[in-house]
Design a binder for this molecule. Structure first.
Ligand code: ADP
Ligand code: MG
Length: 461
C-alpha cells in the first residue's frame, strides 16, 4: 500500500505548508501512486476517474521541476476543452502559490490571439491549453517548446475522441526527446495504448479504482409524524454519532430553527442560506471546511458552493421533490472511498417522493422507524478545531506560511495543532486545535506576524 502522507514524498517544505493551507490532508489514491514516479522524472500512464485528484498528481510533480529563473516554457498541459483547461489552470495556480514567480499561462480558443502572444513574449513557465490553440501558436512561432521538461496529456481519451490525434502528434514533434510524458485517461482503448508506445519511454502504469464504489453510501429512510421531525433528527445524531454532517432543509427559516434546536442539544451547528451576506457566508463555509463547525444546516442553493472532502452523514430533514436533487445531496457523503450514511426523514404525505427515488435509483428504499434506534443520551458534538480570524489578508501580502511560521515559531504551537489556513482579501482564518487556541491568541495579542501586530479573535465558541 502506498504511503498517503504528503510528508512521505520529496517536495519542498513550502509546498507542504501550501497543501496544508488548501486542506489537503493526505494524497488521494492516484496521487499516492503517481507522485513518487512523477517526481523522479519517469513517464506515466494513469487511469483514474473524474474527481480523483489527477491535476495535483501531475501538478505538484511538474511544479517541483520548474526553474523559475529560466523564462521558457518548461511544462505543457494539453486538455480537451477550454473548461477543462480552465479548471486545470486554477488548480495549478493554487498549487503554485508556495513557489514565488511561477507564471502559468492559459492558451485556449475563443480568446483573442494578441494578448496570448504578448504573454508568451513576457515568458511563461507553464502553459495549459487546448491542442488547436497551442498548435496555432507553435505554427506562428509564438511558442517555443525546446526547453520543455514535462508534457501532460490530460483526459487523453477525450482528446482522441475529439479528433486531436494529428494535432497532438504535431505538437509533440516540437518538444525535446528527453522530456517527461505523463498521460492521464479515464479509459485505455487501443488508440491510447498506441499513442503511449509512440511517445513514452518505459512508462509506469497506475490504475485507480472508481472512487464511488456502489454501496459506499448507506441510505436509510425514517417515516415520522409531522411533529416528530426534531426528535428524530436528534435520535439520528445520538445513534449514528457522525463527526460531521450536512442537514438539508427546504426554507431559510427552517435552517435557522433546526440549527438552533441542535445547538440547544449540545450539537454545534450553523445555518447557511441566502439571507447571509458574503462575509457571513464565507465564515460559515470556512468553519465547516476547516473542522471547527461539525454540522451545517443548509438549503440546496446555499450548499452549492460547498467543497467538502469527507462528510460522514447527509441528513434530509425533509425529502426533496426531485429524486435528482436527492441523489446530488447524498453524493456529498461517502467520497474518496470513505463510508457515509444518507439519512432521510419523511412523513406519510411524502411517500410519493420515496417512490420517485426508488424509481430513479431502480432499487427499493430501506425504511426504518426512529423508535428502534439505540440512542446515547450523553451525546454531544463539538468540533475539534476552533477558527481564529486575523484582520490581515492577501491585501497585506499575508501567505499561509507567514501564519504557520509565526504560530509554530514564536507562539510555540506544534504544527499538528494547526489546521487549514484560508486567506481572503482583507482577513485570514486559521483552524487551531481547541486546546491550543488560548496560547495562539495570547501570542497574537502582542506578538508579530511578518513584523506587524495583527488583530486576532476566535469566532464561534
Ligand atoms: P480530476 O482531474 O481527477 O477530475 P481534480 O484534480 O480536478 O480531479 O481534483 C478534484 C478536487 O479534489 C479538486 O477540488 C481538488 O482541489 C481536490 N483535491 C485534489 N487533491 C486533493 C487532496 N489530496 N486532498 C483533498 N482534496 C484534493
Ligand atoms: Mg482533471
Amino acid at each position: 500500500m502506498a504511503n498517503k502522507s504528503f510528508s512521505s514524498i520529496q517536495i519542498s517544505e513550502a509546498q507542504k505548508v501550501n497543501l496544508k493551507s488548501l486542506g489537503y490532508k493526505q494524497m488521494t489514491p492516484v496521487q499516492a501512486q503517481s507522485l513518487p514516479h512523477v517526481l523522479q522524472g519517469k513517464d506515466l500512464i494513469a487511469q483514474a476517474k473524474t474527481g480523483s485528484g489527477k491535476t495535483a498528481a501531475f501538478g505538484i510533480g511538474l511544479l517541483e521541476r520548474i526553474n523559475p529563473r529560466f523564462f521558457g516554457v518548461q511544462a505543457l498541459i494539453l486538455c480537451p476543452t477550454r473548461e477543462l483547461a480552465d479548471q486545470v489552470g486554477k488548480e495549478l495556480r493554487r498549487l503554485a502559490r508556495s513557489t514565488a514567480n511561477i507564471k502559468i499561462l492559459l492558451l485556449c480558443g475563443g480568446k483573442p490571439f494578441g494578448p496570448q502572444k504578448g504573454s508568451l513574449e513576457h515568458g511563461a513557465h507553464v502553459v495549459v491549453g487546448t491542442p488547436g490553440r497551442v498548435q496555432d501558436h507553435l505554427r506562428k512561432g509564438n511558442l517555443k517548446l525546446d526547453g520543455l521538461k514535462t508534457l501532460v496529456l490530460d483526459e487523453a481519451d477525450r482528446m482522441l475522441d475529439m479528433g486531436f490525434f494529428d494535432v497532438m502528434t504535431e505538437i509533440i514533434v516540437h518538444t525535446p526527446k528527453n522530456r517527461q510524458t505523463l498521460m492521464f485517461s479515464a479509459t485505455f482503448p487501443e488508440a491510447i495504448k498506441k499513442l503511449c508506445r509512440s511517445i513514452q519511454r518505459n512508462p509506469v502504469s497506475v490504475t485507480v479504482e472508481t472512487e464511488h464504489e456502489p454501496g459506499v453510501i448507506e441510505q436509510l429512510f425514517y417515516e415520522v409524524k409531522k411533529h416528530e421531525r426534531n426528535n428524530t433528527l436528534l435520535a439520528l445524531f445520538e445513534h449514528y454519532k457522525p463527526d460531521n454532517a450536512l442537514v438539508f432543509c427546504h426554507t431559510k427559516k427552517q435552517c435557522d430553527v433546526v440549527a438552533e434546536f441542535l445547538r440547544g442539544r449540545k450539537i454545534d451547528a450553523l445555518a447557511i442560506h441566502g439571507d447571509l451576506d458574503q462575509r457571513e457566508r464565507d465564515q460559515v463555509l470556512v468553519r465547516f471546511a476547516n473542522n471547527s463547525c461539525p454540522v451545517l444546516v443548509a438549503t440546496d442553493v446555499a450548499a452549492r458552493g460547498l467543497d467538502i472532502k469527507s462528510l460522514q452523514a447527509v441528513i434530509n430533514y425533509e425529502l426533496p421533490r426531485d429524486p435528482e436533487i436527492y441523489t446530488h445531496r447524498i453524493g456529498r457523503t461517502g467520497r474518496a472511498g470513505e463510508k457515509g450514511v444518507a439519512l432521510s426523514i419523511f412523513t406519510e404525505s411524502e411517500q410519493v417522493r420515496i417512490n420517485a427515488i426508488e424509481e430513479y435509483q431502480d432499487k427499493p428504499c430501506v425504511c426504518d422507524v426512529f423508535q428502534s434506534l439505540d440512542r446515547d443520551p450523553g451525546y454531544s458534538l463539538q468540533a475539534p478545531m476552533v477558527t481564529v480570524q486575523l484582520d490581515a489578508g492577501r491585501k497585506n501580502k499575508i501567505r499561509p506560511g507567514d501564519l504557520l511560521g509565526a504560530l509554530t515559531g514564536d507562539a510555540g504551537l506544534a504544527g499538528a495543532q494547526i489546521g487549514k489556513i484560508d486567506i481572503f482579501e482583507m482577513s485570514s482564518f486559521v483552524a487551531i486545535e481547541r486546546s491550543a487556541v488560548r496560547q495562539a491568541l495570547n501570542y497574537l495579542a502582542d506578538g508579530k506576524v511578518k513584523g506587524r501586530n495583527i488583530r486576532a479573535r476566535k469566532i464561534g465558541q
